[in-house]
Design a protein around this ligand. Structure first.
Ligand SMILES: [Zn+2]
Ligand SMILES: [Zn+2]
Length: 113
C-alpha cells in the first residue's frame, strides 16, 4: 500500500502525521515536513523552499514546501478541490532547524476534531 500522491512527513527521522506539532529535545515544537516531493526528489533544509499561503477555503493557511528541482508544491494541509489560491506562493529559504536533528519526545494529544 503506497500512494505516491501522499507525501510522508518526518520530524527528526521519525515518520509522523502532518498538521500537528511535535515536541523535540530542545523544548521547541516543530511541524512535520515532507521528506520528498511527489516526483521523488528529496526535500529538506537547503533542498526546498518553505512558505505559507492564506486560504479562505480551509479557514487558515497552508504550509507550503516547494521542490527546488521540479517546483512541485506540497500543501499542508492538502489542497481541497475548492482551493483557488495562486500557485505562486511566497517562499522563503527552508532554514535548517531543530526539525532536522531534533528527537521527538512527546506526541501531542489526539486531535479532537
Ligand atoms: Zn521535485
Ligand atoms: Zn487552499
Amino acid at each position: 500500500m503506497c500512494d505516491p500522491g501522499v507525501p510522508e512527513y518526518f520530524v527528526g527521522g521519525r515518520r509522523v502525521e502532518p498538521g500537528r506539532l511535535y515536541r523535540v529535545r530542545d523544548g521547541g515544537w516543530v511541524e512535520p515536513s515532507p521528506r520528498s516531493c511527489p516526483n521523488g526528489h528529496r526535500l529538506g533544509p537547503g533542498r526546498g523552499l518553505a512558505g505559507t499561503v492564506a486560504c479562505p477555503k480551509i479557514g487558515g493557511f497552508h504550509r507550503t514546501h516547494i521542490c527546488r528541482t521540479c517546483e512541485a508544491i506540497i500543501y499542508t494541509p492538502p489542497e481541497v478541490p475548492e482551493c483557488a489560491h495562486d500557485r505562486m506562493v511566497p517562499a522563503e529559504v527552508w532554514e535548517a532547524n531543530s526539525a532536522a536533528a531534533g528527537e521527538v519526545l512527546e506526541d501531542p494529544p489526539p486531535a479532537s476534531t
